[in-house]
Design a binder for this molecule. Structure first.
Ligand code: PMP
Length: 439
């Protein structure tokens, strides 16, 4: 059943805090089990070490001429190449813009895409995180690519929409992997189609980049990815940094949305010459520590090998899904026959017990952390739960009604089969003693 992996993760000692004990409701304590990695991951040991080692050299960057400033500036600027290499982005063409997180990266791009916004169409999908939906709504004509009955992207609908909008689609923006179902989208098929219809593609890489090898591909390829965003706090480097990668040219035209120190080359009271990208898009004092953490995380992920991470996490996924399928009253969502095209995110419910109650029991009785609710992807969860538009409106009208949702277990490279067995046993206990918990 476990293949050649041991019962624990081979990468467990690379993570800070895996042995932390948390209090339980019975007065005992238990080693914390974190199955909420899709929200955020704990730091790598190597990341903390690098932060400490670098701290004596930390200084102002890009402006100071002091020795430490030079060191800090060089590390900051050279890091962009490391990031580009990590996701195999075409260096000649692309720039790396540092942001706070995925949300900020998408918002930033949403101000840059079209000269006359109302003439541009953006295609998002019915499975997006709110961060890849709301920033587009108030600026462009936004349409959503439909999903099939399993909740996967419909390529037929994408093509039909590209045809119907007659060359006006500027951008197709999709998650690389869903934060609800873990489904991996066929980003290269989407890229090929988008480019055939003169559109660009943005991949929201928040759930993709930490879990599978990423290749943005050469600019000459029809399958290249034009824009990629991701957050370091989901890849073991929680120091407030994220990345937006895209063609330099896009960020050269017009004015940056955020203006201030660092964005300009020359200023008088009447005149401004903006810096070239990426500096014009990085207003204010840059997050050097965030970049140090990100580079350390990339180095560690590269040492482990993204292919190894993908295989290990896929084994955790398969093991858990097959165990969950055998628990009566556990309802699983999405396509469970095709676990190859999925990162290790599992949404489920226990029939008859509200999702938030299950999460509360897991935490208070067993020290297991999961996420519940709609995971900032409410339209997608409503679709997976077959909740109609009319039913959704009732929740708006009656704020006291218990909200629908799911429980989400999401794994990182340090999670173990041992933790999963414990989790499955606790779920069995909850199902068996359901009448104690029904409310
Ligand atoms: N997109 C997806 C698919 C996500 O899972 C998340 C985080 N839950 C985000 C965007 C937003 O990421 P952040 O909070 O780091 O901006």
């Amino acid at each position: 059943m476990l293949g050649y992996w041991s019962y624990t993760s081979p990468y467990r000692n690379m993570i800070v805090g895996v042995d932390t004990k948390v209090p339980l409701s019975n007065g005992n304590s238990s080693t914390y089990i974190n199955f909420d990695n899709a929200a955020t991951t704990p730091p790598f040991v190597s990341v903390l070490k690098e932060i400490i080692d670098f701290s004596p050299w930390y200084s102002s960057i890009n402006r100071g001429k002091g020795y430490k400033s030079q060191i800090s500036s060089n590390l900051y600027e050279n890091s962009r190449k490391i990031v580009l290499n990590f996701v195999k982005a075409d260096e000649k063409y692309n720039t790396v813009i540092y942001v706070k997180n995925t949300t900020e990266g998408i918002n930033k791009l949403s101000y840059r895409l079209c000269d006359k916004n109302n003439e541009c169409v953006i295609l998002s999908t019915n499975m997006e995180h709110h961060s890849n939906d709301l920033p587009w709504r108030d600026k462009y004509k936004l349409d959503y690519i439909k999903l099939d009955k399993n909740g996967r992207l419909s390529m037929e609908d994408l093509e039909q929409k590209l045809i119907n909008y007659k060359g006006n689609v500027k951008l197709v923006t999709i998650s690389g992997a869903s934060n609800v179902t873990g489904f991996l989208n066929p980003i290269y098929d989407v890229a090929r189609l988008a480019h055939q219809y003169a559109a660009k593609i943005l991949v929201d890489g928040a759930q993709l980049v930490p879990h599978v090898p990423m290749d943005m591909k050469n600019q000459d390829s029809l399958e290249h990815i034009d824009f990629l965003v991701f957050s370091a706090h989901k890849m073991y480097a929680p120091f407030g940094i994220g990345v937006l990668i895209g063609p330099k040219e896009i960020f050269k035209k017009g004015e940056p949305h955020y203006k201030g120190g660092g964005t300009v080359d020359f200023v008088t009271h009447d005149y401004v010459i903006w810096n070239d990208p990426p500096n014009n898009e990085e207003a204010g004092t840059p997050n050097v520590m965030g970049v140090i953490a990100l580079v350390a995380a990339i180095n560690t992920l590269n040492q482990i090998g993204m292919n190894n991470i993908e295989s290990y996490e896929n084994a955790l996924l398969r093991y858990t899904v097959s165990a969950l399928k055998n628990i009566e009253d556990v309802e699983l969502y999405g396509d469970l026959d095709n676990l190859n095209n999925k990162v290790a995110i599992i949404p489920f419910n226990i029939k008859g017990i509200h999702h938030s109650k299950v999460a509360e029991i897991l935490s208070s009785k067993a020290g297991i952390a999961v996420r519940t609710g709609c995971f900032c992807a409410q339209p997608y969860v409503q679709e997976l739960l077959n909740i109609s538009k009319e039913e959704s409106l009732n929740f708006i009208k009656d704020s006291k009604q218990k909200r629908p949702g799911m429980i989400r277990a999401s794994f990182g490279l340090y999670n173990s089969f041992f933790e999963i067995d414990y989790f499955i046993n606790v779920l069995k206990h909850i199902v068996k003693n359901k009448n104690l918990y029904i409310n």
